[in-house]
Design a binder for this molecule. Structure first.
Ligand SMILES: O=C[C@H](O)[C@H](O)COP(=O)(O)O
Ligand SMILES: C=C(OP(=O)(O)O)C(=O)O
Length: 453
């Protein structure tokens, strides 16, 4: 039974947030089924603890001050079928490899946040999908409907929200077990570099770096420093707070402080398509205490940015607000400076991180949605150039990636050609970097960070 505070909070949220226009919500067929699913969710335990969210806020404050770097990555859309040990391990491996490259090569602490354990809802450009003259509702993520192109599969089903909760719980449990049980131990640095990655140019470069870490660890052992901190890492979960029925049902009053947290994940972000100032998503995010991200696309005006900051972080709490810029490689050098300048002129210390994926999507002649690795790299370079020019801190990277050997983005050191995209194109929404491409990107960012120091 949830507490009277939680019941009062839920009523308040449904009355206030629920009364506002909410972009990108499914057309649920029956309200009763939604009420049934949300009633179940409201009885289920939190997936994360408020104290962990607060710790992440302090880590993000360090990022904003230029004392740490944020690495946020994972699937575009997690799937229920993808909740397996292999999948979670491979994604974790990718994040750990990238983080160690950034930490070692650029000597900067890395805050690790997975697009993991909750990334099940997707905003879409079009409400419907048409194939061979047949029109069906678009796939909006496993939390809403199924990917298969049949009428039954594409019907939104509120009971999937409860499945998404359990899938998130299983994923987070396993990720916590890996991290706490020794998988993330720095002494395992070679064992993360296995399978197809090891023989790639990035994998070989990584192997050399891992060799240097071995030497450093051997030296530390020789002088009898063997810190427990080397045996684990802090890993946080994040997803887009898109499906409000789900997020509101998982918002609870923290018994210690009496304030509300969305306990579906540590870090929640508002997407480019749902960040309307007078909309339900911004209102919802303004009422929770978690650290919050907002996607910022090329059409964002400086005034809009400040209005978002005033609404989402009126107290200017360090680490509370992260701007995730996603401008496009050709646009970032022009579109980002006025936003940073406006924030600086108003004394706003925010965390700025770069999503080099969502502004660079195009359709290949084969019909696959893809991204050029070179565009991804160029947007990241532009992000660093802009911050260097303005004397601000390029705080982090937000990427769609997988631990698997997929062929979804073109280019990279082991190049994938447009006509090879079909061989292992496995995403159910947007194209992700594979592990080799992710590692390559990490080396590039490490060089940029080093140069920026
Ligand atoms: O991941 C982001 C969005 O869901 C995605 O870019 C929208 O894709 P669409 O244009 O195919 O709907
Ligand atoms: C939908 C996403 O991005 P954006 O809102 O920036 O388009 C996403 O990150 O999954």
């Amino acid at each position: 039974m949830n507490s009277s505070e939680d019941r009062a909070l839920y009523s308040e949220l449904t009355e206030t947030v629920g009364a506002l226009p909410a972009a990108q919500q499914p057309q649920w067929p029956h309200r009763d089924a939604v009420d049934d699913a949300t009633a179940q969710l409201r009885e289920l335990p939190p997936l994360v603890f408020a104290g962990e969210c607060d710790l992440l806020t302090t880590r993000l404050a360090a990022v904003a001050r230029g004392e740490a770097f944020l690495l946020q990555g994972g699937d575009c859309a997690e799937t229920f079928a993808g909740v397996s040990a292999e999948n979670v391990r491979n994604k974790l491996k990718t994040l750990l490899q990238m983080a160690i490259v950034l930490t070692y090569a650029a000597s900067v602490p890395v805050v690790k946040v997975g697009r993991l354990a909750g990334q099940y809802a997707k905003p879409r450009s079009k409400a419907d999908e048409i194939r061979d003259g047949v029109t069906l509702p678009a796939f909006r993520g496993d939390i809403v409907n199924e990917f298969d192109f049949t009428e039954q599969a594409r019907q939104p089903d509120p009971a999937r929200m409860v499945r998404a909760y359990h899938a998130s719980a299983a994923t987070l449990n396993l990720a916590r077990a890996f991290v706490g049980g020794g998988y993330a131990d720095l002494h395992e640095v070679h064992s993360w570099n296995t399978d197809f990655v090891r023989t790639s140019p990035a994998g070989q470069r990584y192997e050399r770096l891992a060799g240097r870490i071995d030497q450093a660890l051997a030296f530390m052992k020789a002088i009898e420093i063997d810190s427990e901190q080397l045996r684990t890492v802090e890993l946080y979960s994040s997803h887009e707070a898109l499906l409000l029925d789900y997020e509101m049902a998982l918002t609870r009053v923290d018994s210690r402080s009496g304030v509300p947290y969305d306990v579906s994940g540590h870090f929640l972000w508002i997407g480019e398509r749902s960040r309307q100032l007078d909309g339900a998503h911004v209102e919802f995010a303004s009422r929770i205490t978690n650290p919050i991200g907002v996607k910022v696309g090329p059409t964002t005006t400086p005034d809009e940015l400040m209005a978002l900051a005033d609404k989402l972080d009126p107290e200017r709490r360090p680490g509370r607000l992260t701007f995730v810029t996603r401008m496009g490689a050709g646009t970032i050098r022009d579109a980002l400076p006025p936003l940073i300048q406006k924030a600086a002129a108003n004394g706003l210390v925010a965390t700025w991180i770069c999503d080099p994926m969502h502004g660079n999507t195009y359709e290949a002649p084969s019909g696959h949605k893809t991204r050029r690795f070179d565009d991804v790299v160029d947007e990241v370079r532009g992000f660093f150039e802009v911050h260097r020019g303005l004397g601000t801190h390029p705080g982090g990277l937000h990427v769609e990636l997988t631990g698997d050997d997929v062929t979804e983005c073109v280019g990279g050191g082991d190049p994938i050609a447009e006509d090879g995209l079909g061989s292992r194109y496995e995403t159910v929404c947007d194209p992700r970097l594979n592990r080799t491409q992710s590692l390559e990107l990490a080396f590039l960012v490490a060089e940029l960070l080093e140069a920026a120091r």
